[in-house]
Design a protein around this ligand. Structure first.
Ligand SMILES: NC(=O)c1ccc[n+]([C@@H]2O[C@H](COP(=O)([O-])OP(=O)(O)OC[C@H]3O[C@@H](n4cnc5c(N)ncnc54)[C@H](OP(=O)(O)O)[C@@H]3O)[C@@H](O)[C@H]2O)c1
Length: 322
């Protein structure tokens, strides 16, 4: 058993491929042979030591798809040989322990790469739009960083919910890909005035649901683009955490809803349940599709982090074991 280990925080050079201690599933756990594992923005922060709560040492990776090799005491619903996918810390490895409550059966119509591209991004977008915002038909949704793995998932979910959907990106090519993927409008927030563009495209109404993930750099533009009674769902701060806004949002009846799928008490009973019951069948029928930008061998983790840093990807970068 081997994996990508980190003993000290720092740049990509602190990650090394090494032997893992023998993994045995405890009560409620599954031992999974990893076939593919997705890359997330948060992992670059974990490696750098700026992700809250991250302790040393640790094995990189937050999600994977693979095959169950051993089942811990008390686990029901899974057996050796099952194809599973889900969130599991330490997934950039040959093997990982899943908490069985986070494991999902991989539909027969999906391969391991697709399975690895879904868990964190789609569950975050699902929790934001289905559980927290409760998006309704006809509402206008704006997705910050639509090319991110969360953003590219949010686009499909919001369209399925019957919304008008716009997104932002820092590059024109990512804006074009957003339109090709089904967005009604996309805006390069580096070159365009977001509120002006949004008000033009919504005939002065503004945005009902804003998915905020950049934070400091774009918060003012997002607040100024919102409709009265709008809901901002905040789940990220890639562009800085110090956000300043006027309390006149009260006069506009705006709601600011912060969330994290790691700590939300509603995530397991509501979002995991509805994702299993409602979203999984839509993946099985290919109504929802995982958005995979690039597939790399597991040994190319440093290159994968470079891709996240360069911000050129649309959707998910996935690592595969030989
Ligand atoms: N709250 C939760 O439970 C939860 C769960 C999962 C993820 N998240 C958050 O969701 C966000 C997206 O995660 P992801 O894994 O989908 O990301 P990702 O695929 O790596 O994409 C991140 C994108 O954010 C945009 N961005 C804007 N400012 C940036 C900056 N200063 N540095 C880097 N990127 C910047 C970039 O797109 P543009 O260049 O086009 O702007 C970048 O490509 C992150 O903030 C992550 O922490 C939150």
């Amino acid at each position: 058993m081997q994996g990508w280990l980190v003993n000290e925080f720092g740049g990509p050079e602190v990650m090394y491929w090494g032997a893992l201690p023998e993994l045995r599933p405890a009560a409620g756990q599954l031992l999974v042979r990893v076939h593919a594992s997705g890359i997330n923005f948060a992992e670059t922060r974990m490696r750098a030591g700026t992700y809250s709560g991250q302790e040393l040492p640790f094995v990189m990776g937050m999600e994977s798809a693979g095959v169950v090799e051993a089942v811990g005491p008390g686990v029901t619903g899974f057996a050796i040989g099952d194809r599973v996918f889900g969130r599991a810390r330490g997934s950039h490895a040959t093997h990982v322990l899943f908490d069985a409550v986070h494991a999902l059966p991989l539909p027969a119509t999906l391969d391991f790469i697709e399975g690895a591209a879904i868990p964190v991004g789609w569950l975050t977008a699902w929790h934001a739009l289905y559980t927290v915002a409760r998006a309704r038909v006809g509402e206008r949704v704006l997705i910050e960083a639509i090319a991110s793995s969360v953003g590219s998932a949010a686009l499909q979910i919001a369209k399925w919910q019957g919304c008008w959907v716009a997104g932002t990106a820092s590059r024109d090519d990512k804006c074009r890909r957003g339109i090709e993927a089904g967005a009604d409008a996309t805006y390069n927030y580096k070159t365009k005035n977001l509120p002006t563009e949004v008000m033009r495209d919504t005939t002065g109404h503004g945005i009902d649901i804003g998915l905020m993930t950049i934070g400091e750099e774009t918060a003012t533009a997002l607040f100024d683009s919102m409709a009265a009674e709008g809901r901002i769902v905040m789940y990220g701060s890639t562009g800085g955490r110090q956000v300043c806004f006027s309390l006149n949002i009260g006069m506009r009846n705006l709601q600011l809803l912060a969330m994290s799928i790691s700590s939300s008490a509603r995530f397991m009973p509501e979002s995991m349940k509805s994702f299993r019951d409602v979203a999984l069948p839509l993946f099985a029928k290919k109504h929802f599709t995982a958005v995979v930008d690039t597939v790399l061998p597991m040994r190319e983790l440093v290159k994968a982090h470079g891709m996240v840093d360069s911000r050129t990807h649309y959707g998910k970068v996935v690592l595969v074991n030989d």
